[in-house]
Design a protein around this ligand. Structure first.
Ligand SMILES: Nc1ncnc2c1ncn2[C@@H]1O[C@H](COP(=O)(O)OP(=O)(O)OP(=O)(O)O)[C@@H](O)[C@H]1O
Length: 711
């Protein structure tokens, strides 16, 4: 009996197919599972037939309905896997199929597809232009090196005609997938050794024989990133029945490598720009870890309650709602987890106060003691130095390093400051209150006193955690293999946290990985957004050295982001309503549109105008972004971790981004001043990178100095 596999190119369009066509796909696929090859070839209903003038002799079409055809790759080497690669209307199917050529990559050994006809047509045109070009994109890379990286004759010829990255992009939908990625990495300036490591080695099977094995079944088995092999009747029904989510099945090799490595010796860190699938990698790691034992418990954390709700839903999907497995995973924020730990050990639940209340309390302390510091300075010293290093008494504070703080404090001033800290904590205590970080400090103590409750901890959005929160996580799992798996992006740090993970017992050296392919946004959105951060460098996730977006790219293309200034806020809001209306007319659902601004106040006017135009809206505040239909309105902070097909960022003016009140004056502390500005810049970056297809950034009056054109 033959076996059946589905290529990603098929899934890309499957969800959009109408019901009768999907039913036709299911019926046809069931035949592949029930018949022998001879019976398939003879079946009248299926009508498995070759395609005239096909570049690939193995290409066949099958009948799905009267008007729709499936395109199948049929083995001609005695192996037994049939691959469904596309379902299209009759004429399109034949035209599509005739141009495609499938081949095994000589380096990765995976199955790739190219548009061989278009490549043959386009390459000579580019070659002519290349003859007079001052420089060719791959001039520094020899043919031998390209061949070692899996580039074959036809692609080599095309590559030799490429003068710049834009031209490579023009080839991108025609070239075989792995070879394209090799060329893209080289174009970004990575060395052939790096490209071999990051593109070839992650795909090439560990036991690949020296000479490539060409039979289709083996090559298909070598391509888990793009092909799903079906193992039985039930699986076939399940996967064709449910809405298909590519992230559950087709991991990028770099995602698969980090998520499914059998075991790591200790903490692992996975970084990558926005939308590179870090959350997806974290979820797959949880799946892998659950399979590693029958009873170990896992803590999966993220930054906000809304994101935790989203993660829980995604995990349910990934684990096919398997209650037994899901029961072994706690999905929550670090703060909520710490709160639970403290609550379990004391008579009442801790009552943490928010930042604004803390600020008020510090003002009271300054007044009561007549301290020569501002409330802001005290709050920052408390957060970064005292809680950051978990300093419990004056002696510890006197001896502490204040690295990262931009003003010196001698012993006398430290004593004075410490008196303020004692008063702050007493005031809190007398009111029966605490802070979120105070709860974390207590939770870490309680956890350290008993056996660690988890076998593994997986952390998403790791870039924003404070040392006190890291101590909770460190204490929640015993140090050792597979203890901590962290994903995060230092370019998206939007809370004021500075951490050196190594000093907290979380050393990731030798176990750091990077994801570079953006699955969310178009290259146009990504390139524009990356320019927001071009003037600055950001600290690495683990706190040592800096991080970069080198090689960060997208395979998707779309319109350029729009930036537009207006004379008044009213005009800006009216233009927003028009834009949203156009997007809805273009077929976007309201919940696929996100509108965001630096402040809630700025969103009120937008909400009112949209509502009076009859457009449903939903404010995203802390709660999950799911809910009734409506255009989502959120502050830039609340946009963290979310995504929308279209995003409008409003009010990007010089007084709002950066928001002066959130920026420490340079004369008070120059380092903190720079850190605050960077955080505000990252906030705008986070907001813009939530957009999948359409991004517009607007302001009224003077634009933010962070915007590229204003720089
Ligand atoms: N292998 C994949 N195949 C298809 N889609 C994917 C894959 N990996 C991720 N995605 C999709 O890309 C989008 C971004 O993924 P994800 O949220 O995991 O990225 P992220 O790196 O955590 O983003 P951010 O840091 O911006 O929050 C999501 O829509 C996700 O479903």
């Amino acid at each position: 009996m033959p076996r059946l596999a589905f290529a990603q190119s098929f899934w890309d369009g499957y969800d959009a197919l109408e019901k009768p066509v999907r039913a036709g796909v299911r019926k046809a696929m069931a035949k592949f599972q029930a018949m022998t090859v001879a019976e398939l070839n003879a079946d009248k209903g299926l009508h498995l037939e070759s395609v005239e003038n096909a570049r690939d002799r193995r290409i066949r079409t099958i009948r799905i309905t009267d008007f729709w055809r499936g395109v199948v790759l049929a083995p001609d080497d005695g192996s037994d896997v049939f691959l469904l690669v596309n379902v299209l209307p009759h004429d399109d199917a034949y035209a599509w199929a005739a141009k495609r050529l499938y081949s095994a990559n000589t380096a990765t050994r995976a199955l790739e597809v190219r548009n061989a006809v278009a490549l043959d047509e386009l390459t000579p045109l580019y070659e002519t232009a290349a003859r007079t070009a001052p420089r060719l994109l791959f001039a520094d890379v020899s043919d031998g090196t390209l061949r070692e990286l899996g580039i074959d004759d036809q692609v080599l010829r095309a590559a030799r005609s490429v003068v710049d990255k834009a031209q490579l992009e023009a080839f991108s939908t025609l070239l075989p997938e792995d070879q394209l990625e090799v060329l893209q990495y080289l174009a970004e300036g990575f060395s052939p050794e790096e490209v071999y490591r990051d593109v070839v080695a992650v795909r090439r099977p560990a036991d690949a024989p020296a000479e490539p094995v060409e039979d289709l079944a083996t090559v298909i088995a070598n391509t888990p990133a793009r092909i799903r092999l079906v193992t039985g009747q039930q699986e076939l029904e399940e996967i064709l029945e449910k809405p298909f989510a590519a992230w559950r099945v087709f991991l990028h090799p770099s995602q698969r490598r980090v998520a499914y490595r059998t075991s790591y010796g200790g903490p692992v860190q996975v970084t990558g720009g926005p939308g590179t699938g870090k959350t997806v990698a974290a979820l797959h790691r949880v799946k892998h870890l659950l399979g590693g034992s029958d009873d170990g418990r896992i803590l999966l954390t993220t930054y906000t309650n809304a994101l935790a709700t989203g993660l829980r839903e995604m995990l349910g999907l990934l684990l096919d709602e398997d209650e037994k497995l899901l029961a072994r995973v706690d999905v929550t924020t670090v703060d909520a987890y710490a709160n639970g730990v403290v609550r379990a050990a004391s008579a009442s639940a801790p009552k943490p106060i928010d930042d604004r209340e803390q600020r008020r309390l510090w003002e009271k302390v300054v007044k009561q003691l007549g301290l020569p510091f501002t409330a802001r300075f005290l709050a920052q010293e408390y957060r970064h130095v005292i809680l950051g290093q978990d300093l419990r008494d004056l002696d510890a504070y006197l001896a502490a390093s204040r690295r990262g703080r931009g003003t010196g404090l001698g012993p006398a001033r430290r004593r004075l400051l410490w008196s303020g800290v004692e008063r702050f904590e007493r005031l809190l205590h007398d009111r029966g209150q605490t802070t979120h970080l105070g709860v974390c400090a207590r939770a870490a103590e309680l956890l350290a006193a008993g056996p660690a409750p988890y076998a593994h901890v997986v952390v998403d959005e790791a870039q924003d955690l404070h040392p006190a929160q890291w101590r909770v996580l460190r204490a929640a799992v015993p140090p050792g293999p597979d203890d901590l798996f962290l994903t995060g992006d230092p370019h998206q740090r939007i809370y004021d946290s500075r951490v050196t993970l190594g000093s907290l017992g979380i050393a990731t050296a030798g176990r750091s990985f990077r994801l570079r392919v953006n699955y969310r946004s178009t290259e146009e959105i990504l390139t524009w957004s990356a320019r927001l951060l071009a003037p600055v460098t950001v600290d690495a996730l683990e706190g040592e050295g800096s991080d970069s977006l080198a090689g960060y790219r997208s395979l998707l293309h779309g319109r350029q982001p729009r930036t537009q200034g207006y004379a008044t806020r009213r005009e800006e809001t009216e233009a927003l309503v028009e834009r949203v209306r156009t997007l809805l007319d273009e077929g976007l659902a309201p919940h696929e549109i996100g509108v965001c601004a630096r402040f809630n106040l700025s969103l009120d006017a937008a909400e009112e105008k949209l509502k009076s135009a009859g457009i449903p809206v939903l404010r995203v505040k802390g709660q999950a972004a799911q809910g009734p239909e409506g255009v989502r309105l959120a502050t830039m902070h609340a946009m963290k971790g979310l995504e929308f097909r279209a995003v409008s960022v409003l009010g990007v003016t010089e007084d709002s981004v950066p928001f002066a009140r959130e920026v420490t004056p340079r004369e008070m502390d120059p380092l903190q001043h720079d850190a605050d500005l960077l955080r505000e810049r990252c906030l705008l970056f986070v907001a813009c990178t939530r957009a999948r297809e359409t991004l517009s950034v607007t302001w009224s009056g003077t634009p933010s100095p962070f915007l590229p054109q204003a720089a």
